[in-house]
Write a protein that binds this ligand. Structure first.
Ligand code: NAP
Length: 284
């Protein structure tokens, strides 16, 4: 059996077309959705990520502001910038690119972002809203995974989903979103003694670890849906996920590739969240 591919690039294009149309509607009413991206320091990967986010704003007709600061910026100065952006009516979403330099308390910075503009969904208020099923911003990567499941018409009710990884930005919110859709959810992590015993029971597997080949074909039930969040490099420097794609695609029912899977969905969901924020503020 060869799995069907869930194409994150194609789905992103569809979703961005919808965002672009809704941006035009807002613009006609005098509102241009705006995203502020704040980068502290010169981490090369972060520079690529923020550039892609700014490009996605341009692509969808949104306004973006990229604020770049030196690595020795003080925490107090960063908090002051975030507060200024909270009070700026042209900004509907604020994203502080992580990781931050070690002398800055990242959690304090995230908690300073207004929950109304927390389009990354990392604020404790957003996390709490997801936990209790209240409206709020969902973290973009697991939100993108949910959109991928929706795109194949997958009904999670009564299904067993296994999430590998329990980070605050991917694994935990992923598990809560799956639970909200009535899946039975198992969360695995580095202290899970027999990962294979868990994944073999799964109808849906989300791999969010950051290690190559964490999920191999012998760990997958035939026909399962496999979503690969991981971003790793091969010895040759090529981007790859956590899943042994070549072999797992022969067992799974659906699978996301890396690159071209969850990655493009993450930035697209950031656009969706920023747009939703602008729409919400206009309606308020
Ligand atoms: P993270 O904070 O490092 O979390 C990794 C999780 O994997 C931890 O919960 C860890 O368990 C668990 N883990 C480690 N080794 C394991 C093993 N052998 N078996 C089972 N679980 C294991 O990473 P993250 O931020 O969630 O990101 C995960 C991956 O997704 C990374 O490759 C990252 O680059 C990628 N990512 C991609 C996107 C995208 O847009 N595609 C977005 C975000 C992240 P413990 O908690 O016990 O340590």
């Amino acid at each position: 059996m060869t799995a069907q591919l869930i194409d994150g690039n194609a789905l992103s294009r569809q979703l961005r077309d919808n965002v672009r149309e809704r941006v035009l509607t807002l613009r006609a009413r005098g509102v241009v959705p705006g995203l502020a991206v704040v980068l502290v320091g010169d981490n090369p990967a972060s520079q690529v990520y923020v550039r892609n986010k700014v490009k996605a704003c341009e692509d969808t007709g949104m306004h973006s502001v990229l604020e770049q600061y030196p690595a020795d910026m003080t925490e107090a100065d960063l908090l002051a910038r975030v507060t200024a952006l909270n009070n700026d009516p042209s900004i509907h979403g604020i994203l502080v690119q992580l990781p931050l330099p070690a002398h800055i308390n990242a959690q304090r910075v995230i908690e300073t972002i207004s929950p109304a503009k927390d389009v990354d969904g990392f604020h404790v208020g957003s996390a709490g809203a997801l936990m209790v099923g209240q409206p709020g911003f969902w973290p973009c990567t697991p939100y993108g995974c949910m959109k991928m499941l929706e795109s194949i018409g997958y009904n999670l009710r009564g299904k067993h989903a296994v999430v590998i990884g329990r980070s605050n930005i991917v694994g935990k919110p992923m598990a809560l979103m799956l639970l909200q859709q009535n899946a039975t959810v198992t969360i695995c992590h580095s202290a899970t003694p027999d990962l294979k015993a868990m994944t073999l029971q799964a109808d849906v597997i989300v791999a969010a670890v950051g290690k190559r080949n964490v999920l191999t074909a012998d760990m997958v039930k035939p026909g399962a849906v496999v979503l690969d969040v991981g971003m790793n490099r091969t010895e040759e420097g090529k981007l790859c996920g956590d899943v042994d794609f070549a072999d797992v695609k022969e067992v799974a029912g659906y699978i996301t590739p890396v690159p071209g899977g969850v990655g493009p969905m993450t930035i697209t969901m950031l656009m969706v969240n920023t747009l939703a924020s602008a729409e919400h503020m206009l309606a308020a």
